[in-house]
Design a protein around this ligand. Structure first.
Ligand SMILES: Cc1ncc(COP(=O)(O)O)c(C=O)c1O
Length: 390
């Protein structure tokens, strides 16, 4: 089905931060398959895990014990400080699990119509429940009736949450991205998550973080919430967890970890031996390297270079960055930049029409950083000169 507006390029192979088309043209990948291939393409640890595990066992279903799934759950619990994990195959499914968990938690409290606070400009996926939670009318349009039970407030506005909490008595959870990705790399106040934690504790709500884009080292910590020294009740992961092999996870802590019980939720493929062994290889590669720390340094270097090169450009509204999640906001739509960059053999993304979003792999090196910043700064200058003149 024509559900994607694809660019006119097809890649045949990859190597680190590079992708190659059928004519062997080399492209610098500053998108990483939308925050997925953080270790780069064709990483040997991923390759080895795929080969080794597929020689032994690919899939058995969750009717039986899966040792490698248990190991992965233990590892994620150790890293997060949370108690248990449900595995699935995508980000939307991980959020579905979180939404179901929140509703069941509410019913357990005797709330018949449990509601979840969600944010404007958020993105949580394309299934019916997750698109209903998403704060973007374009994504919802045509799919009504939406799933009920979401109350929306502006992002990064604690006062708005406090008002809603005064108004309703059926709220059971909040679902929040620590940094909004699709929404345009929106970085909230540094204590935003701490304030949300405080309100959730005060009102007995589940604090649920969607770390599908921010997780697995992207922001300079394994989880973005670790910048705030808090633990959420529920946290969802997907994307970079399998470096391209589909896997999603919904982690729970404390009272949230006791909500879903046998028969409440499931997935045929979820947490199968193949996906889990790759995810374990991703985690051990991150653990034995300095890549997560480097994400902070590299991201700061990239944003400093952009600030330097674009400082005289009055059409650049803002440059936002946390780790290797980088947004450059222009004062006018700039989706054409994606094609212009492709012609320069650079892969970038534009979200919300005016926000250039960069999600380079964590393994990007200094030369590639220079190439990225020089190429894109020149393109932005050309673009803003032309749009300004016309
Ligand atoms: C924050 C966030 N949540 C959920 C999703 C949905 O993930 P998936 O496309 O794997 O279903 C995405 C995907 O971009 C995302 O960025």
């Amino acid at each position: 089905m024509p559900t994607y507006g694809r660019l006119a390029v097809t890649f045949e192979r990859g190597e680190g931060a590079w992708l190659f088309d059928k004519d062997n043209n080399r492209y610098l990948d500053a998108v990483s398959g939308i925050a997925v291939c953080s270790l780069g393409h064709a990483h040997p640890a991923v390759h080895q895990a795929l080969c080794k595990q597929s020689e032994k066992l690919v899939h058995t279903s969750n009717l039986y014990g899966i040792a490698v799934q248990e190991q992965l759950a233990d590892k994620l619990s150790e890293i997060s400080g949370m108690d248990n994990v449900f595995f699935c195959n995508s980000g939307a499914e991980a959020n579905e699990a979180a939404i179901k968990l929140a509703r069941k938690y509410g019913h357990g409290l005797g709330i018949d119509f449990p509601s979840i606070i969600v944010m404007e400009k958020s993105f949580h996926g394309r299934t019916l429940a997750t698109l209903s939670a998403t704060g973007n009318a374009k994504i919802q349009q045509g799919f009504e009736p939406l799933v009920e039970g979401f109350i929306r407030v502006p992002y990064n506005d604690i006062n708005a949450i406090e008002q809603v909490l005064k108004q309703y008595n059926n709220i059971v959870a909040m679902l929040v991205e620590p940094i909004q990705g699709e929404g345009g790399v929106n970085i909230p106040a540094s204590d935003y998550l701490n304030q949300i934690r405080r309100l959730c504790d005060q009102h007995n709500l589940l604090m649920m973080l969607d770390e599908i884009q921010t997780g697995v080292g992207r922001t300079g910590k394994f989880f973005a919430f670790q910048h705030n020294a808090i633990v959420p009740d529920v946290c969802t992961l997907a994307k970079a967890l399998g470096n391209g092999v589909p896997i999603g996870a919904c982690l729970a802590w404390g009272k949230a970890s006791e909500v879903l019980t046998a028969g409440n939720h499931g997935s045929t493929f979820g947490g199968n031996p193949l996906a889990c062994s790759v995810a374990l290889a991703v985690l051990s590669t991150l653990e034995s390297s300095d890549l997560i720390n480097q994400a902070s340094q590299k991201g700061e270097l990239i944003s400093a270079k952009f600030r330097e090169q674009l400082r005289a450009n009055s059409h650049v509204v803002d440059i936002r960055q946390k780790g290797l999640m980088i947004g450059i906001e222009l004062d006018a739509p700039c989706t054409e930049l994606v094609q212009a960059a492709l012609e320069k053999k650079l892969l970038i993304n534009v979200t919300g029409d005016k926000n250039i979003r960069l999600l380079p792999p964590l393994i990007i090196d200094d030369q590639q950083i220079t190439l990225l910043v020089d190429t894109l700064s020149a393109l932005i200058s050309m673009h803003t000169d032309t749009t300004h003149e016309s």
